[in-house]
Design a protein around this ligand. Structure first.
Ligand SMILES: Cc1cc2nc3c(=O)[nH]c(=O)nc-3n(C[C@H](O)[C@H](O)[C@H](O)COP(=O)(O)OP(=O)(O)OC[C@H]3O[C@@H](n4cnc5c(N)ncnc54)[C@H](O)[C@@H]3O)c2cc1C
Length: 425
């Protein structure tokens, strides 16, 4: 086998890729040059440079592992505000700090969640505040592209990483001692471990035949950003409505980001509305508590599904992020789970001794055990919550609202719930 540098990469190049609009800086890491026809050897290959794959690569920066990152397209900085906005838990803000990404992000674009108000479909209310929970913030609201561009900048400078961009895998061959990955340009990469971070329709997961079980919700998550008339004071709102779950997340200034998980027909209807009517509809759905809205980003919709993957590891393979699980966005846990996958896997790989095989099933099963409980618990709880509020069984509506009100009157239980969601329990 040849060393990574024998495959024809150079150090210190800039990335030149069509449509690449993130701020650029000289790459200390390596960018693979065109095919030299030889197999290039690494310790670890990450397929997919979304938030999960990039954060794993960054978390392994100070290890001796030689990493290949294969990605089809680089992230793009949003023009104006990104419609994809995520609630990031304090635990994951800490993770992003540890891997060096948080401090470089434009802090003016990050909003702090000071409190959260959740409403049932018959007048019930449950509220949490950072003050009552004894923390400085319940979470942070960040644009997806802000995080992706910062993580991308970091991996470009990473000395132990070679970037394959645009890279599309077409063949995978799992052997006793190595995994081989063939790219569409004829290059072959070899490593002891292949990580699938290529999203919910993961090519790698399907190519190696790991099962994934989907439950389609027949719903879409409609997302859009708004400028609002009144200040939100850092309060996130969520309504369990007859027509889905509506969330307003605070953005910096008098702006909010909306996720409305709505049945397909309603989602399509919302997306087709003229801007001013769409604004009126969304403002009214939240009782006009933030006054009138004006649209910052047009409505976009994403199909929602629950995806369970019973085995997230196999010899020489580990799945992370959306390749490993899908969850309804009502609990805002998608990428929060993905970051925790990356953190757990990085911790296990970094702790391996040089003589240990990082692609051995016994090593990878430690990662699977470490993540199983949290993923299952959050998927089950989120799915159950959604079912509870989408169920028309007579008598259930007052009961679920009573449950919410009772929980609201129990500070200890509320504190436990809040701390679990924050990742600080
Ligand atoms: C409406 C909506 C709202 C959401 N809100 C939240 C929220 O508030 N909080 C939260 O935590 N999560 C939220 N999520 C979930 C979140 O979007 C995902 O969990 C997250 O983007 C997953 O990141 P990932 O890196 O695992 O996958 P992806 O973001 O899908 O990244 C996969 C990467 O792999 C690359 N790729 C794919 N196939 C290949 C291939 N064959 N070869 C090479 N590269 C490949 C892609 O180009 C991409 O860069 C929301 C989702 C939706 C739909």
């Amino acid at each position: 086998m040849l060393g990574a540098n024998d495959g024809g990469e150079i150090a210190g190049e800039r990335i030149h890729a069509p449509g690449f609009t993130c701020k650029t800086s000289p790459a200390q890491g390596k960018i693979a040059l065109p095919n030299s026809g030889r197999t290039m050897q690494f310790d670890l290959i990450i397929v997919g440079g979304g938030l999960a794959g990039l954060s794993l690569a960054c978390a392994l920066r100070d290890t001796p592992l030689r990493i290949a990152l294969v990605e089809q397209r680089p992230p793009r900085a949003a023009e104006g505000w990104d419609a994809r906005v995520y609630a990031i838990s304090p635990a994951n803000a800490d993770f992003l700090t540890q891997i060096g990404a948080w401090k470089h992000m434009d802090q003016e674009r990050i909003a702090t969640i000071n409190a959260m108000e959740v409403y049932g479909d018959a007048g019930a209310r449950l509220d949490f505040s950072a003050y009552q929970t004894g923390v400085s913030a319940l979470g942070f609201i960040l644009e997806s592209s802000l995080m992706a561009c910062e993580l991308w900048e970091n991996v470009k400078r990473q000395g132990n990483l070679t970037l394959f961009l645009p890279g599309t895998p077409v063949r995978v061959d799992l052997r006793d001692d190595a995994a081989l990955l063939g790219l569409d340009d004829g290059r072959t990469l070899s490593a002891r471990l292949l990580v699938a971070a290529d999203g919910r329709d993961s090519w790698l997961r399907r190519a190696i035949g790991l099962d994934a079980f989907d439950t389609h919700y027949n719903e879409k998550g409609v997302v859009a950003n708004f400028e609002c008339e009144r200040p939100h004071r850092g309060i996130a709102h969520q309504w369990f409505r007859d027509d889905g779950v509506l969330a307003w997340l605070p953005l910096p200034g008098k702006r909010i980001s909306m996720v409305w998980s709505a049945p397909n027909e309603l989602a399509d209807e919302l997306c087709a509305l003229p801007a001013d009517e769409f604004c009126r509809r969304v403002a009214a759905a939240g009782g006009n508590r933030l006054g009138d809205f004006s649209l910052l980003t047009p409505a976009a919709a994403f199909p929602l599904r629950l995806m369970r993957v019973p085995k997230v590891v196999a010899p020489r393979i580990a799945l992370i992020g959306d390749a490993a699980h899908g969850i309804h966005p009502l609990s805002g846990h998608g990428i929060n789970l993905g970051y925790q996958d990356a953190k757990a896997l990085a911790g296990i790989l970094a702790a391996c001794q040089p003589w240990q095989d990082i692609g051995h099933l016994a090593v990878l099963e430690r990662y699977q055990r470490a993540r199983k409980e949290e993923v299952l618990l959050l998927q089950t709880a989120t799915d159950a919550l959604r079912r509870l509020f989408r169920n028309d069984l007579p008598g259930l509506k007052p009961l679920r609202n009573l449950g919410m009100n009772l929980t609201n009157g129990l500070p200890l239980l509320k504190n436990v719930l809040a701390r679990y969601a924050l990742g600080t329990l």
